[in-house]
Design a protein around this ligand. Structure first.
Ligand SMILES: NC(=O)c1ccc[n+]([C@@H]2O[C@H](COP(=O)([O-])OP(=O)(O)OC[C@H]3O[C@@H](n4cnc5c(N)ncnc54)[C@H](OP(=O)(O)O)[C@@H]3O)[C@@H](O)[C@H]2O)c1
Length: 282
């Protein structure tokens, strides 16, 4: 029997890349989704509501690992209603997965919770490893509540690991999709001036500034220099696109200290090679 991985929220941008990779490693894959249950190729989608224990519990029992990717995107206007959904979707999913694991006769070996480097807030040029202090903006508050919920999961027989993701680069979705659209439209200037569980920064070992990111993106997409986008224009543009400028204006110079200490080998340690992989035919 293949070892089973339960990907909660695995229908999204990251889940769609992670699923084929995990299948290629010969895992059985269950995606917990608010959509109807069905089979798509080798992936089995199982319905849940992200907050209530139900029949999906049987797939957690005996699983090799549970990976939680659930969360309403923060890429939207941070209205009171959206703020509530951003927090609740994260906290509730962590909590109910914890309850599921607690009920298992055969608990999973690992519970991997995906979180974000947004916890560090706006740190300018300061290097943030896993010990950096939290910030004080809304995204920090989201991340703190998210991590506190994970911290509260009582799963003595399951290894708990928390991954704080940086911006994930991929061809179809995420932050890069928006930036690449702007860059293709010649608008790709740079913007604006220990707990008991293991925490890992999941970022490149070579963090770049926004100016370097946009320069490399213009290069990858064969676009010339574009004028910088001043902060006020970024704020107006973000408002028009229904999102928050701060998501692009805050600075986190994160390094994956714990992965580096463990000798993890990065396939694309530099931005240029990562973008060449995302846009192979440009
Ligand atoms: N992408 C990045 O650069 C990045 C960076 C740092 C951290 N992260 C975090 O990593 C996780 C996965 O990111 P992603 O880019 O793959 O996100 P995504 O594409 O938005 O997918 C997240 C999944 O969460 C589920 N979801 C959305 N709203 C929900 C709600 N209100 N209640 C319950 N479930 C809901 C959806 O699944 P269903 O519709 O199938 O239920 C969706 O497919 C997120 O928690 C995100 O905050 C991402």
């Amino acid at each position: 029997m293949k070892p089973r991985i339960v990907l909660a929220g695995g229908s999204g941008f990251i889940g769609q890349s992670l699923s084929p990779f995990l299948l290629s490693k010969n895992y059985e894959l269950i995606v917990l989704t608010r959509a109807e249950s069905d089979h798509r190729g080798a992936v089995r989608n199982v319905h849940w509501d992200g907050k209530t224990l139900d029949d999906w519990l049987e797939f957690v029992n005996g699983a090799f690992a549970v990976v939680n990717l659930t969360g309403r995107s923060i890429n939207c206007r941070h209205t009171p209603e959206n703020r509530r959904e951003i927090i609740d979707s994260r906290v509730n999913s962590v909590r109910v997965l914890g309850q599921a694991i607690a009920r298992c006769a055969q608990p999973p070996k690992a519970f991997v919770q995906i979180a974000g480097v947004g916890i560090y807030g706006d740190k300018g040029k300061r290097i943030c490893d896993e010990t950096a202090s939290p910030g004080d903006d809304f995204v920090t508050k989201v991340c703190e509540k998210w991590e506190a919920a994970f911290d509260s999961v009582d799963a003595p027989n399951t290894r708990k690991v928390l991954f704080r993701l940086g911006v994930v680069l991929g061809p179809s979705g995420g932050f890069l999709e928006l930036l690449s659209k702007l860059t293709r439209w010649f608008l790709g200037g740079h913007v604006g001036s220990g707990r008991q569980y293991s925490v890992f920064n999941v970022t490149s070992p070579n963090p770049v500034t926004n100016a370097e990111l946009m320069r490399e993106l213009r290069r990858a997409l064969h676009r010339p220099w574009s004028p910088p986008v001043p902060e006020f224009a970024a704020r107006i543009g973000s408002w028009l696109m229904g999102t928050e400028a701060n998501l692009a204006l805050v600075s986190q110079r994160c390094i994956p200290k714990r992965f580096l200490e463990k000798g993890f080998s990065f396939r694309f340690p530099e931005l240029r090679s990562a973008l060449a992989n995302v846009y192979p035919n440009q």
